[in-house]
Ligand binder design. Structure first.
Ligand SMILES: Nc1ncnc2c1ncn2[C@@H]1O[C@H](COP(=O)(O)OP(=O)(O)OP(=O)(O)O)[C@@H](O)[C@H]1O
Length: 316
């Protein structure tokens, strides 16, 4: 199958959206293929939720072209056919149990979902044990999972989720990640927002980074991290004074003064590109100083994200 034939779940071109004087989205392009988990990242107020809302048909764009599952979207609709998900928080009836909420939703949407179907989705998101508890007492993570279960009931071809990992404990997160990976493997496209780079790494094949309504990066995560940039590294040795002296004498190494931040005297923080860092480590070891730990202060992905979005912020 050629590139032209790859089925598109989302194709957005030059999308703009205003709230009064605020430009929430400013010429945004987005491509999501079937079976892809696509992450939206960006600082607070970047426009992620606004964009997800457009995909769900909760609002209409002020400009640009938007195609969802091959159909042009002209104005705000109740979620286009085949699309499910929620922004902010899923709508639940607090006085009903988890199971009753799903039954009510299925009835509202005219879905032919039997009790077995409801049990299935509750099981998938790990809520079987609390299926008969009222949702009033549910934690944020339980609400998120029930919202996901509600979306699954509709067997969506495009699933749209606003920070689905929010409030999830580690086992809930693993469960939700598993559900999303299975959906994607079955050809469902997933678009989700997140503030957590580790979640994006675990879930997404592609990400779009927004900053103040504009796309500053879109593509595979690997491409983002691979960009050649200096990072801060923590270098722990058995002889920090000697390590510091050698670092001072090594070309391409800058010693980062973080005296106000860190208490650990065995750690030296240096800023460098990988080749200079290699040289430093080799020199340190050659001098008989043992290296006990070497790690970036923030992950390469996070550093790339910060560099892209901070640049945008100061350019305002
Ligand atoms: N209903 C609204 N009325 C007025 N302004 C809005 C509305 N919704 C969003 N905005 C503004 O549009 C911009 C984008 O907001 P949006 O919620 O999409 O950002 P976000 O990336 O989801 O942020 P966060 O990470 O904080 O959730 C912000 O400046 C916000 O204040």
């Amino acid at each position: 199958m050629g590139l032209m034939d790859t089925p598109r779940a989302v194709r957005a071109r030059g999308i703009t959206k205003y709230f009064g004087d605020v430009v929430a989205l400013d010429g945004v392009d987005l491509d999501v293929t079937q079976g892809q988990i696509h992450g939206l990242v960006g600082p607070n107020g970047a426009g992620k939720t606004t964009l997800l809302g457009l995909l769900l048909g909760l609002a209409a764009a002020d400009g640009g072209r938007l195609e969802i599952l091959g159909t042009p979207v002209e104005r705000a609709l109740a979620a286009p056919d085949g699309v499910a998900g929620f922004v902010d928080a899923p709508g639940l009836y607090p006085s009903l149990t988890a199971r009753q909420n799903l039954a009510a939703l299925a009835a509202l949407r005219g879905l032919a979902t039997g009790a077995a179907g409801i049990d299935d989705v509750l099981g998938e998101v790990g809520l079987t044990e609390v299926a008969d508890d009222r949702t009033r007492g549910f934690s944020l993570g339980m609400r998120q999972r029930l919202g996901l279960a509600a979306a699954l009931l509709t067997r969506p071809r495009l699933l749209v989720l606003d920070e689905p990992s929010n409030g999830l404990d580690p086992s809930g997160k693993r469960q939700v990640h598993g559900v999303l990976h299975r959906l994607a493997a079955d050809g469902t496209a997933v678009v989700l927002s997140s503030h957590r780079m580790d979640d994006l790494e675990a879930l997404c094949s592609e990400v779009t980074i927004l900053a103040t309504g504009r796309v500053v990066f879109s593509g595979p995560l690997g491409k983002l991290a691979a960009e050649n940039r200096e990072l801060d590294y923590r270098l722990r040795t058995c002889d920090p004074r000697t390590a510091r002296r050698i670092a001072g004498d090594t070309t391409g190494i800058r010693i980062v003064d973080d005296s106000g931040v860190r208490q650990d005297p065995d750690v030296l923080v240096v800023r460098a590109l990988v080749p200079a860092l290699d040289e430093l480590v080799a020199q340190v070891v050659r001098s008989g100083v043992a290296v006990r730990e070497l790690a970036p202060v923030v992950s390469p992905l996070e550093a790339a994200f910060l560099a892209l979005t901070e640049h945008q912020e100061t350019g305002r």
